[in-house]
Design a protein around this ligand. Structure first.
Ligand code: NAD
Length: 434
């Protein structure tokens, strides 16, 4: 929305949220999300044509177009628990739009949703006796955290789905017109509603599948002496495969991949396609296995006991350049270290406040230290879980000197120079390297 405000001064963009603390944070100097370049954009338009407000009702009433961007987490109860999307926030939003409206509007699904959600939205919105008509349009968001601003500024494509009726097509064009202020028309793809909804789940499933595929083969590399980075480089040169999303790691995280694939799995089961469901579910299983087996490798290298040992965890965010820790592999790593009764010392450049929240039940058993040199002091091992580039530039000799010996580095993101570390004296484990 900040990008739309910046690129379209002719539109007034109002952000509302039931979470007042979040709105207050957006109105302060301390934004609730860390994202490179975001602060500058928000500051350039805040108070001009971008506003963060708490009066949801008035803002619904005054809006012509409403982007619904509420959370759609995995359901934790009842039918579909653990897989299906929890659509309560979407439904509540539809009902509050209807209650507050006294004119028809275009309602845009920006959240990631199961295919055919628009049908329910429309039934709720158009079941009114106020004589109002609402058009529901799907416009999934493909940005990735950490590179959100670049992704929004120069997207590979913008996808807008609507009903193939006169009104539906007009609503799609209304949304396309917004993006056309900075995105070339040929990159704005329009489809029917269901294709658009399902494209988002499909995109995330394909991206996660590539990571799980390369990660599964990293294990074979470790057994055979092949090197996964060399393989990724060699196969990535094949234009049919391509170089992106081939970096072997401790596993993918983030709020979207797991939740969206589980949603896809649930949909396949719902439509009576158990084989397809099992196929996509295996992408998630391999991902969790990759993290767990990594911790087991570390354990073996530390003489099969880490009880009472300090283990430094470098990075808690699910990836670099974000403070988001949702589904972060580092979180699973820390839990497994605690199972082994080790003492995890966690460090991160942006994510320590979120780490503190995620680990609130075990804060007496972990330490959170912002300074990586401090975190490594007297540790028996460093487990690098987030690819913050700053870690590659640390003074590793200084770190080695301060650690318990033998000192181990496990590079869960393959960003460090293993040969250099071995020369310093470290034991070194990389992903997919014998
Ligand atoms: N995070 C990403 O990178 C990303 C990328 C693409 C798509 N998405 C999708 O976007 C959606 C939101 O993701 P997120 O990461 O921003 O989630 P989030 O949980 O950080 O934010 C959702 C916000 O919606 C608010 N909300 C809930 N119900 C509301 C209501 N009835 N009225 C007003 N506000 C309400 C919540 O208070 C919360 O602040 C999800 O469907 C997600 O899958 C996220």
């Amino acid at each position: 929305m900040a990008m739309i405000a910046k690129k379209c001064p002719q539109y007034q963009v109002k952000i509302v949220d039931i979470n007042v603390a979040r709105i207050n944070a957006w109105n302060s100097d301390n934004l609730p999300i860390y994202e490179p370049g975001l602060k500058e954009i928000v500051e350039s338009v805040k108070g001009k044509n971008l506003f963060f407000e708490t009066d949801i009702e008035t803002n619904i009433k005054e809006a012509d177009i409403i982007f619904v961007s509420v959370n759609t987490p995995t359901k934790t109860f009842g039918f579909g628990a653990g897989k299906a999307s929890d659509l309560q926030y979407i439904e509540k939003t539809a009902r509050s739009i209807l209650a507050a409206s006294n004119s028809g509007k275009i309602v845009v699904e920006k959240s990631t949703l199961p295919v055919r959600t628009a049908e329910s939205m429309e039934r709720i919105l158009n079941s009114n006796n106020k004589g109002l008509h609402f058009d529901v349009v799907s416009n999934p968001e493909f940005l990735a955290e950490g590179s959100a601003i670049a992704d929004l500024e120069n997207p590979d494509r913008v996808l807008i789905g609507g009903h193939q009726t006169e009104e539906g097509l007009a609503a799609v064009e209304e949304i396309a017109k917004i993006y056309a202020n900075w995105v070339p028309r040929e990159k704005i793809i329009t489809t029917n509603l269901w294709s658009s909804e399902l494209s988002k789940l499909t995109a995330n499933a394909f991206l996660a599948q590539r990571i799980s595929s390369i990660n599964s083969l990293s294990a074979l590399c470790e057994k055979t002496g092949a090197n996964i980075d060399e393989i990724a480089n060699a196969i990535g040169k094949d234009t049919r495969i391509g170089a992106k999303f081939l970096k072997a790691s401790i596993g993918f995280g983030g709020s979207c991949f797991k939740k969206d694939i589980l949603n896809l799995v649930y949909l396949c089961e719902h439509y009576g396609l158990p084989e397809v469901a099992a196929y996509w579910e295996s992408i998630i299983k391999i991902n969790e296995w990759q993290t767990t087996r990594s911790v087991k490798r570390v354990l073996r290298s530390l003489f099969n006991t880490i009880t009472g040992k300090k283990i430094a965890v470098f990075g808690f965010a699910f990836k670099a350049d974000t403070n988001d820790t949702r589904e972060s592999p580092a979180h699973l790593v820390v839990r497994e270290l605690l199972e082994e009764r080790a003492i995890p010392i966690i460090t991160d450049y942006k994510a320590l406040p979120d780490a503190k929240r995620d680990l609130s039940d075990v804060l007496d058993k972990v330490q959170l230290i912002e300074e990586p040199y401090e975190a490594a002091k007297n540790a028996h091992a460093i487990l690098l879980c987030t690819e913050w580039q700053q870690y590659a530039a640390l003074d590793w000799q200084r770190i080695y000197d301060s650690m318990s010996k033998p000192a181990l580095v496990f590079d869960g993101r393959n960003i460090l120079d293993g040969e250099k570390l071995k020369k310093i004296g470290f034991d070194f484990i990389g992903i997919g390297k014998a």
